[in-house]
Design a binder for this molecule. Structure first.
Ligand SMILES: [Zn+2]
Length: 59
């Protein structure tokens, strides 16, 4: 997935240029690299199961 693509799955993503890790939620848009501000590729590292009890902790 690349910067400005739509996120279709809630999960922890890492990018290839600076190894930054961010959580994106479904409906979000992949952002630029938070470190170098360049366009980048994001790779899903871990899926996050949505749980109503845990949801506030994800914000
Ligand atoms: Zn970067």
């Amino acid at each position: 997935m690349r910067t400005f693509d739509d996120v279709f799955e809630l999960g922890l993503y890492s990018n290839e240029c600076c190894n930054q890790e961010l959580i994106f939620d479904e409906g979000d848009m992949f952002c630029r690299c938070p470190r170098c501000q360049d366009l980048c590729h994001w790779v899903l590292e871990a899926k996050i199961t949505r749980d109503a009890d845990l949801e506030p902790a994800l914000v």
